[in-house]
Design a binder for this molecule. Structure first.
Ligand SMILES: [Cu+2]
Length: 131
């Protein structure tokens, strides 16, 4: 009796593990994510997408340039990306506040980064390779 009970227990355990593994939600990691960035903004089609992002102080926003023409990201408070049509650019925000930016070539392209006080430890910034 005892060996069979043990075997059953093992089988049930394996089945439970398998069930858990099978239900792991596969978050679709957008291939546009900028490495090292907590939030990614895609620059495409004369637009920043999303136009407005919100992060905690200390986090990094990455811009991924995907359009067929040149753009940049120029902040009202100074920092600006090079003018580029591909590649990425990142900026880390340490101070809470609202940061507005635009494309100097196309001033109608605008975006905003809202930085809130860092109330909790930031989430891991590693961008892992998901299956
Ligand atoms: Cu532009």
């Amino acid at each position: 009796m005892r060996p069979i009970a043990a075997l059953l227990t093992a089988v049930v355990s394996v089945a439970a593990l398998a069930a858990c593994g099978g239900e792991t939600s596969t978050r679709s990691a957008p291939e546009t994510s900028v490495a090292g960035a907590d939030v990614t903004v895609v620059v495409d089609d004369h637009d920043y997408e999303p136009e407005h992002v919100e992060i905690s102080a200390g986090q990094t926003v990455g811009w991924n340039f995907q359009d067929r023409m040149d753009h940049d990201v120029a902040f009202d408070d100074g920092p600006a990306s090079p003018i580029q049509r591909e590649g990425t650019w990142t900026r880390t925000f340490d101070e809470p506040g609202t940061y507005e930016y635009l494309c100097t070539l196309h001033p109608s392209m605008t975006g905003t980064v809202t930085v809130t006080a860092d109330a909790s430890p930031p989430p891991p910034t590693t961008v892992e390779d998901l299956p």
